[in-house]
Design a protein around this ligand. Structure first.
Ligand SMILES: Cc1cc2nc3c(=O)[nH]c(=O)nc-3n(C[C@H](O)[C@H](O)[C@H](O)COP(=O)(O)OP(=O)(O)OC[C@H]3O[C@@H](n4cnc5c(N)ncnc54)[C@H](O)[C@@H]3O)c2cc1C
Length: 263
């Protein structure tokens, strides 16, 4: 039997305007949600299970994040994960990507799954890097931007979306695969599944419970040191062209684009 772990992150809701907080970092207060890119990873796990391509025993959702992050896990189990694990500990505050990846890899080791799936990027940090860090800590093959997954025994044939086209790559399980958002169309949870989600097992862990080395996480354990964050410059007001004479309007638009070397 096979076990799939899906890594999911809680992020600020897309409708919340992202801003720099008083501490000079991303203000993560306000409404939060499951990272939309991670719903593709959950869907990929469920499709492997439902199609019988892999004899999947269970799908386990894992997150590293503050107390409220379990809302993202509820969404993950309402979509179809069988249970979830939440690592929350004050010692994790200020962890950079490598420290976060290390903590996630330790949680994965406790579960010893056959496959780890994750999203291509988070909607807030957008490093696109966690999958590679987790794979490195586990010593497993790691692939990014996978948009097609075929399984044959313990071999995965993956199609990767790249700038120049598509790569086809084979890896042996266990492996860490970050999926591109073109891989599937995630399902919506049913009302029944949303109601039932709270009954599915949720394990809450501290770093001590998980055997995580405190010196490798948090601001102290991170080699990247936060300096500052600043908001992007405000956009300049646009130019409004009134369409009184269409031929002249077209001329004005073409001249405007030409001035900016856009045509
Ligand atoms: C110096 C420094 C200090 C930081 N301090 C903080 C801080 O105090 N608080 C804070 O919230 N962030 C902090 N961050 C940001 C934090 O390190 C990143 O958000 C985190 O490492 C994940 O990177 P990402 O969000 O860019 O993920 P990406 O690499 O873009 O995500 C890819 C995929 O990885 C998975 N994933 C990513 N993060 C998690 C997670 N936490 N749990 C489960 N799966 C995950 C998801 O499937 C996601 O789709 C800090 C970053 C730096 C550089």
């Amino acid at each position: 039997m096979t076990k799939i772990v899906v890594l999911v992150k809680e992020v600020p809701d897309a409708a919340v305007q992202k801003k720099v907080g008083a501490d000079g970092r991303l203000d993560r207060s306000g409404e939060k949600t499951l990272n939309p890119f991670d719903t593709h990873a959950i869907e990929a796990a469920l499709q492997l299970k439902e199609s019988g391509a892999l004899e999947v025993d269970e799908v386990v959702a894992i997150t590293v994040g503050p107390a409220g992050a379990e809302k993202a896990l509820h969404k993950a189990v309402s979509l179809g994960a069988d249970r979830s694990i939440h690592l929350a500990d004050d010692a994790l505050a200020g962890s950079d990507v490598v420290a976060t990846g290390y903590a996630l890899a330790e949680l994965v080791k406790r579960e010893s799954p056959d496959l780890v799936l994750l999203g291509q990027q988070s909607d807030d940090g957008q490093s696109y890097a966690v999958g590679a860090v987790v794979a490195e800590y586990l010593g497993w093959p790691g692939l990014t931007q996978v948009i097609k997954l075929d399984v044959s025994g313990t071999e995965l044939t993956c199609e990767r979306q790249a700038e120049y086209g598509y790569d086809t790559v084979k890896v042996q399980l266990p492996a860490v695969i970050s999926v591109g958002d073109a891989i599937n169309e995630p399902r919506y949870p049913s009302l029944k599944a949303i109601m039932g989600a709270k009954k599915k097992p949720l394990e809450k862990l501290t770093i001590a419970d998980a055997g995580i080395d405190a010196s490798k996480v948090g601001a102290e354990g991170s080699k990247a040191k936060w300096q500052s964050a600043k908001e992007p410059p405000a956009k300049a007001a646009g130019t409004i062209i009134e369409d009184e004479d269409t031929a002249k309007t077209v001329e004005q638009i073409v001249a405007w684009l030409d001035e900016r070397k856009l045509i």
